[in-house]
Design a protein around this ligand. Sequence first.
Ligand SMILES: Nc1ncnc2c1ncn2[C@@H]1O[C@H](COP(=O)(O)OP(=O)(O)OP(=O)(O)O)[C@@H](O)[C@H]1O
Ligand SMILES: [Mg+2]
Length: 278
Amino acid sequence: MLKNEKSNTKKLTDTFKVLTSNINKGGTGKTAFLYNFAYYLSEKGFKVLVIDTDDSKNLTNLYEDKFEDNFEEIKTENTVMALFNSDLEKVVEPLKLTENIDLIAGDKKLENFKKILVSKINREKILVSWLSDNYDELLENYDYILIDSENSQDDIVVNTLLASDLVIGVAESSDNSVYAINDLQQFISQLDKAFNVDIQYKIIGNKIDTREKSSKDLISALEEVEGIKENYLGYIPKKTAFQSSNTIYEAPRKSNNLDTIIHINKLFKSIKEILDKA
Ligand SMILES: Nc1ncnc2c1ncn2[C@@H]1O[C@H](COP(=O)(O)OP(=O)(O)OP(=O)(O)O)[C@@H](O)[C@H]1O
Ligand SMILES: [Mg+2]
């Protein structure tokens, strides 16, 4: 169950939408995308619940660096562990970080919990059930639920994909990035068949430097390869400003950062529009 204090300001939409950032490849920018997208939505006045399902807790650590003082009170019962360990019927109380951003923090214990999860019936649908069990409360409090996931195809990732209105596959330029995109597409189509669902997904590029060959190659693949181009939305440029616990929006107002903000605003707007319709 979910425990949530009523916020002073009202949410803007009459429903909530769920987005997961995923691809089965490490370090592509899944977390960086989600962190910046959450900020983008929150600045537009939307209420955002961020859930960190990666047991390496990178997203939680970013927020912890940024909002040190709010983090003292995090207890296991309020992390993603409580959400997945449905046996315990615990009440999850998201951490209020800003007026518009709440966090269900990541938890290292989730790694061991996966071994227990394997033997559970309906283990792939714990998150789906949690969303429906807490539907009214979530509806009252949030416009968007953004889930960071890890580079894996384990039960936790399956949970996040099945619970999503939209999955964003984040690809970075490297030899096997197209392979990783195909892998995500195949995995989603397997889940569609196995669970009789139709998971929506889109692909974005990340860490793109248009002067580099590897970036040019990735963009060509994203724009031209049949089966990929139909789902390609755009890219996030490679900028050192993404390597900090501030979002790009809070980075020093250098002219190249402003260009990046204009560029990713366009991308984020299109992601939001697709998510809203999903
Ligand atoms: N657009 C970008 N420009 C420059 N650096 C970036 C960009 N996006 C992400 N990074 C950096 O790349 C590294 C990996 O990013 P991130 O942690 O978001 O990837 P991830 O896909 O979530 O990784 P993991 O698979 O470990 O969860 C981080 O150090 C991050 O700061
Ligand atoms: Mg990550």
